[in-house]
Design a protein around this ligand. Sequence first.
Ligand code: NAP
Length: 299
Amino acid sequence: MSVSVIDGKAFSARLQDLVGREVAKVKADHGLHPGLAVVLVGSDPASEVYVRSKRRRSVEAGLASFAHELSEDTSEAELLELIARLNEDRSVHGILVQLPLPDHIDADKVLDAIDPDKDVDGFHVLNVGRLSTGKPSLVACTPLGCMMLLQDLLGDLKGKSAIVIGRSNIVGKPMAQLLLAQDCTVTIAHRFSRDVPKLCRQADIVVVAVGRAGLVRGDWVKPGAIVIDVGINRITDADGNSRLVGDVAYDEASQHAAAITPVPGGVGPMTIACLLANTLTAACRQSGLPDPELTLNSK
Ligand code: NAP
């Protein structure tokens, strides 16, 4: 069977373009300039890279971008004050607080202080609850990106059997809810699940978000399944070179799957594109406009 490689980089570029066109439209038609505030506390190098890239792509898509860089010793109270100001600021439609936060700040407290309607990361309990009860919500960016890739590939997911390996609040659980909302039959596997390979072999759709290089082997994958690999792991290969790999043994799984996301270049690039999409959606909702049409159809 020849496998189709899902090009998340190209798809995310097209999604960003589409968001950019819709941003231009709401600006021209309604005078609405969607704005995203990105808050960074401290100077974690990886976080600085992510934040820079989020800002650059916001500007490329025509969003207003507001940067708040706070020192490592910012107190929890000071951060909560900033969040309160951003909640009130009508030019800010989306608020993103880059994680992880320094140890002296309670991240849950901060995330819960964000106005749920501006919670473009989709981490607020209200958005989590809305998603699981089928109400309009802002959905966490990484699972949203996975779902866009799946729908673009398969169209209707009704009746498909899906496994989500990993149950984190930011990927696994919302991913499972999204698949359930599309009428899939969903299994969620975690560290205590028995015989995960057997569960996996029953699935038409496999989404893996664990953080263990090569966990999913080729013979775990049902012939013709779609494999979405969320994992990002840095490994050192036999030649001493460092590189990024996913949670799926890519070469092996490619022998069985109908389609698979590579790492890098699969799910990763979708996350920021979905952040831009969420900011536009949040701005439209806050302004009483209908949700923007952000479906890309590659076929
Ligand atoms: P996490 O919070 O550490 O959660 C990992 C999950 O995997 C947990 O639910 C854990 O189960 C489960 N798990 C661990 N070992 C397992 C095993 N042997 N079999 C089955 N399940 C197992 O991780 P995360 O934040 O969801 O991230 C997962 C991976 O995705 C990481 O590599 C991360 O870097 C990557 N990621 C990528 C993006 C992106 O592409 N933009 C975004 C987010 C995350 P328990 O709950 O039982 O402990």
